[in-house]
Write a protein that binds this ligand. Structure first.
Ligand code: COA
Length: 209
């Protein structure tokens, strides 16, 4: 299983050195009004279109949290997350067993994308780890039983390598610009174990060191 808690800068191949422009040079922060989003391309037209046309409004109106990975002045990746809820019956049985039978709070990762030229350098992992840290912080403040990802079918393998498993979440499913997605879930206990102690104490903006 791929480890979301592995520190940035550790490289991607087994024991391999970090590639130029890899995670340790990257800053994570909220999308800001002055950011130039027009040149971003991850190779998925709907994710690019969302970022070019809607991410600015969503960030400004705080509909969701739009986090960007920035290298120099270039945006090389983004994530979109927002609180949501799931029914206990929609969760894996071993997670649901000890939970009440009413809607439970989760953090939803609605979109994750890395610019084509920067894919495979650990930027996706960095953005994902940041979302997982937000989930732990959310749990500490208001409650959160895990992270639900609205994954495109071709990206399911990426999340599965981090331990995400398929669930049948209906309520709060995010469609629209990205079309139908497959819901995957990672329990908060697994997240906390992967990130280690004090995982929820993240500040923003985050320097990826
Ligand atoms: C999927 C995506 C976010 C991953 O980000 P990234 O920065 O390229 O990935 P990372 O560098 O963190 O991880 C690289 C690892 O993931 C694997 N990987 C990348 N995309 C994958 C996929 N679609 N399925 C399975 N594994 C994948 C790589 O083989 C690599 O494996 P390794 O660590 O064993 O060498 C990025 O490739 C992307 O934006 N793709 C296009 C848009 C997309 O599909 N977004 C997800 C929508 S839900």
């Amino acid at each position: 299983m791929r480890d979301p808690g592995r520190e940035a800068g550790g490289g991607h191949g087994p024991g391999g050195p970090e590639k130029p422009g890899g995670p340790s040079a990257v800053v994570l922060r909220r999308l800001e009004a002055h950011d130039d989003r027009s040149g971003f391309s991850c190779g998925q037209p709907d994710l690019d279109r969302y970022f070019h046309r809607f991410a600015g409004q969503h960030a400004r109106r705080r509909v969701s949290r739009v986090c960007v990975a920035v290298l120099g002045r270039e945006i090389i990746g983004y994530s979109v997350s927002a609180p949501g809820q799931v029914e206990a019956t929609e969760l894996p049985a071993q997670v649901a067993r000890r939970l009440p039978k009413y809607p439970l709070p989760v953090l939803r990762l609605a979109r994750l994308a890395v610019a084509l030229a920067h894919q495979g350098h650990g930027i996706g992992r960095l953005l994902l780890r940041n979302v997982l840290r937000e989930a732990v912080a959310l749990r500490d403040r208001h409650g959160c039983v895990g992270v639900v990802v609205d994954a495109k079918s071709e990206a399911v393998g990426y999340y599965a390598a981090f331990g995400f498993r398929r669930v049948e979440v209906v309520a709060g499913q995010i469609q629209g610009e990205t079309g139908a997605t497959i819901q995957l879930f990672l329990p908060i206990k697994t997240i906390e174990r992967a990130l280690g102690p004090g995982a929820g104490g993240c500040a923003s903006p985050l320097k990826a060191t």
